[in-house]
Design a protein. Structure first.
Length: 281
């Protein structure tokens, strides 16, 4: 199929889910990179740092088209608006360009990511905050890094097994995180963020949750925490961290959900730090 001046690959429906996810993020990432090389402008969404480009839309359209052809019974949910109800009990969650601000400004720290989740619901029939995830794939095009893993496949980076940084205390490792400056003016979020941040040996804030979580899975980063993550920023990395032997959790503080990933010890310590602050009514 041709998108603008770029030709993207038509994928084979007989690929298994892991092969399909790998191919989708590779193709979407390469498409976005080629479009950036041809020149792009960003459009503001919710803030000056929350932007979208034509590459985001084109990459999501490509993935949507391929999934509707290759997995017609599955649901699809995309950051840029894709929404298809499925009948299989499974949904593909798409983030065509994670780290769009970085992407637009020439950084290499962005990726394409995808997850396949179960359509979990609570007893009232409402979607759960942290659904079960079957697999995740994350591709960082400019570094040619592909993280992959899930319930049925151990985590890999470019096909090589990965297993995190070991089950050590947060005080001995780096913590990757993100918080928008406006949230630091709100004590409901600033206080738990600060309580967790000061437990780490060092902090990293790069601007792409999926790139961060891939690096937690391979041990380059120690652990990760962030509040209010949409599924496309959380589920691809969650799947890979867990497939690498790590742990994940969602911790509610002052009405906000905090998403945490790392070794079991790190996740437990970050959760304790986040909940250690005064609770607001």
């Amino acid at each position: 199929m041709t998108i603008g001046r770029h030709t993207a690959t038509e994928l084979d429906p007989s690929l298994d889910d892991y092969q399909l996810a790998s191919a989708l993020v590779r193709e979407a990432g390469q498409l976005a990179l080629l479009m950036r090389m041809g020149g792009l402008q960003g459009e503001r969404k919710t803030s000056i740092s929350d932007v979208v480009t034509a590459a985001d839309h084109a990459a999501e359209a490509y993935v949507l088209d391929q999934l509707r052809r290759c997995r017609p019974e599955d649901g699809i949910l995309g950051e840029e608006g894709a929404s298809v109800a499925g009948t299989s009990g499974r949904t593909w969650v798409i983030d065509p360009v994670d780290g769009t601000y970085n992407f637009l400004h020439g950084s290499t720290y962005w990726c394409s990511a995808i997850a396949l989740k179960r359509d979990d619901a609570d007893h009232g029939g409402n979607p759960v905050v942290d659904p079960a995830v079957l697999l995740g794939a994350i591709y960082q095009p400019e570094l040619d890094k592909l993280w992959l893993g899930g319930e049925d496949q151990p985590a890999t980076l470019n096909g090589e097994p990965i297993s995190g940084s070991g089950d050590v205390s947060v005080a001995e490792i780096s913590a990757a995180t993100y918080i928008h400056p406006t949230w630091l003016a709100d004590p409901r979020t600033a206080m738990p963020w600060h309580a967790a941040a000061i437990t780490a040996a060092s902090l990293r804030m790069f601007g792409s949750g999926s790139c961060d979580l891939g690096r937690v899975a391979d041990g380059e980063l120690g652990c990760w925490f962030q509040h209010s993550c949409p599924e496309w920023d959380w589920l691809p990395g969650k799947a890979i961290v867990r497939a690498a032997g790590g742990d994940t959790a969602v911790v509610k503080v002052n009405g906000m959900n905090w998403f945490v990933a790392g070794s079991p010890t790190a996740v437990r310590e970050l959760g304790a730090a986040l909940t250690s602050v005064p609770q607001f009514a």
